[in-house]
Design a binder for this molecule. Sequence first.
Ligand SMILES: [Zn+2]
Length: 177
Amino acid sequence: MQTVKIPLSIEPAKAALKRMTYDGIIVKGNLSRLNEVAEVLTDHVNVSIECGVDPQDLVVIQGTATASLELTCQRCGKGLKAEVTADFVYTPIRNAAKESEDPIPEAYDEIELDEYGSISLVHLVEDELMLALPIVAMHEPKDCELGNKNMSFGELAPEATVQEKPNPFEVLKKLKT
Ligand SMILES: [Zn+2]
């Protein structure tokens, strides 16, 4: 199958009018924040995005991203392979600080347009994949090196408390402030 790189950014209003769909990949090198918290095992992540206009005339950017990752098991500290899928529905807004007159339906996340009326698809997908990561990555007990030792759930192995990779939620929090 031929793989196409999706555009790094789009103008949602135009894309929605043309009902654009993007089915392709984002190369690993563009996902540096995700790479900091998990190892991306393939050279890309798969992304499919549809743009359209809903009955309320809101522009909608909807899609799915899938990544094969290696996380760090919080119990034994060894690698843990995981398929992470993120589904998202966004509506672009002009100015996040300004209250819009019509409330945005709760089903949509809001994404702020930049000064050119564009959004970064790469950032959007990366944020979504980071949010989709398990809060605590752990092997199934039978697969975990420490799983068969008598440890109660939630207790961390001494070596696992030394976090080599930053918590993705902390990273996101910093970015959003
Ligand atoms: Zn483990």
